[in-house]
Design a protein around this ligand. Structure first.
Ligand SMILES: *Cc1c(COP(=O)(O)O)cnc(C)c1O
Length: 429
């Protein structure tokens, strides 16, 4: 038995399923999850010392590459000055100002420790500000695991949501309305019927949690105009897309100014930092200024903020996004070309440093479309690549991430390994 298998057995005895977050368990691809021992630049090594080219990148946080020396130095330096104070610091102001410069819609910002906290707090704030209870989310979008957001669509199009997890009270899920993504007509109909009851709409402006599916221009325009018309708050959940699809996130691509934005992942550079922010008049409703309560023992933790500040500094250097986008494009278009040459149903998208690939003909536009992807082919491809030393997300419903450390040579290596993998799986059809 190899070290990964041994560790899995040991982990399963003490940690439910052996993992601290479900997708890590390889449930949808089967097999033994790799226990990672070390990561550097574009690579990770497992407990068998096997090297992998990594396209998970800690789910997008590792945008400058793993263990970037400048980020590691910043963390070590901060740690020597104390791990946590539970009091305000100068660096918190620096990172908030830096985020604000990059995303001007975030007029005021509060730091938290996870994306889940950021979206949960933004929704509480929207409810407090509007005095309304109902919220809208979209099918296939993920916004963390707070109760109000673990809700799936009911049977009819306009019915209230049902809990998507045990332990979420039905009464609570009744306040979450789940609509199909990229469907302007459904959104218009819902607002026409009960727009006055809607506190907020929360959206992944480029969805990355049902694989990668961008919102259409029409859809984001409708989101902005309907929320304006009915006095609802528009929340852009840019926890994945912020500093990833472009420096200024999806909102800079769409030319949309949301009322509130949530960010995470990249802003911590691999450490637990997330934030929510937006219109000053809304943000001022947060305690201690207003009566919407929100707090955190480790919020703005100095060691984490040091990693985030250095990461944000690096990504603002000349040419960062030009190179990142070029390499992501090469990968995404290369995979598409090779898969089609092998006669497989396949398509792919990329924006900035984020990509999606789907075993499907044509491009998916919503959750229903992505459900048609060939999961068996995905699974075979995933394992064919893993066996060749390339680690993609272990699910057909996750996006992929390229970092600045993925050199042209690494992308070329990935593509030649993918050519072998596609040929192998096309033989098995
Ligand atoms: C990752 C993610 C979250 C949750 O963030 P956590 O830090 O895992 O709690 C929320 N929304 C989106 C869009 C995400 O990608």
């Amino acid at each position: 038995m190899n070290n990964n298998s041994k560790l899995l057995l040991q982990a399963q005895k003490i940690i439910p399923g052996g993992v601290n977050s479900p997708v890590r368990a390889f449930g949808s691809v089967s097999g033994v999850p790799r226990f990672i021992h070390e990561a550097k630049d574009a690579h990770v090594w497992d407990e068998e010392q096997v090297q992998y080219i990594d396209y998970i990148g800690s789910w997008g946080t590792a945008i400058v590459g793993h263990a970037h020396p400048e980020v590691v130095d910043a963390v070590c330096h901060a740690a020597q000055n104390g791990l946590s104070f539970g009091a305000p610091t100068a660096d918190e102001i620096c990172i908030a100002e830096m985020i604000q410069q990059i995303m001007p819609s975030m007029e005021k910002i509060r730091l938290v420790s996870s994306g889940t906290e950021a979206t949960m707090s933004a929704i509480r704030l929207a409810r407090g500000f509007t005095g309304r209870d109902n919220i809208i989310k979209f099918e296939g979008c993920y916004h963390g695991h707070s109760d109000s957001l673990l809700v799936k669509a009911g049977s009819g199009l306009l019915t209230f949501g049902h809990p998507s997890s045990a332990g979420v009270p039905k009464d609570l899920s009744r306040h979450t309305i789940v609509l199909p993504y990229n469907n302007v007509a459904a959104l218009e109909q819902l607002f026409a019927q009960q727009g006055d009851s809607i506190a907020c709409v929360i959206v992944e402006p480029i969805a990355g949690n049902m694989n990668m599916i961008p919102a259409s221009n029409e859809f984001v325009q409708a989101l902005r105009s309907l929320t304006d018309k009915y006095g609802s708050i528009l929340i852009y959940d840019e926890i994945m897309t912020g500093f990833r699809v472009a420096l200024g996130g999806a909102q800079s691509i769409h030319g949309i100014t949301p009322d509130l934005t949530t960010v995470g992942k990249v802003i911590g550079g691999g450490m637990p930092v997330a934030a929510f922010g937006g219109r000053a008049d809304i943000m001022e409703c947060i305690s201690p200024l207003g009566n919407v309560y929100q707090a955190g023992t480790l919020s703005g933790n100095p060691v984490c903020v040091a990693a985030g500040l250095k990461t944000l500094e690096i990504i603002q250097r000349d040419g960062f996004y030009r190179l990142l986008s070029a390499r992501t494009q090469e990968l995404s278009e290369g995979l598409c070309k090779l898969a089609r040459e092998a006669g497989l149903p396949f398509s792919s998208r990329h924006i900035g440093g984020m990509f999606g690939f789907y075993f499907i003909t044509g491009l998916p536009e919503c959750y229903e479309d992505i459900q048609k992807a060939d999961l068996q082919l995905f699974k075979q491809f995933f394992h064919a690549m893993l066996a060749r030393g390339v680690l993609f997300a272990p699910s057909a419903f996750e996006a992929g991430f390229v970092s600045a450390a993925h050199s042209p040579e690494i992308i070329a290596d990935t593509l030649s390994l993918a050519a072998e993998a596609f040929t192998e799986i096309s033989r098995e059809i």
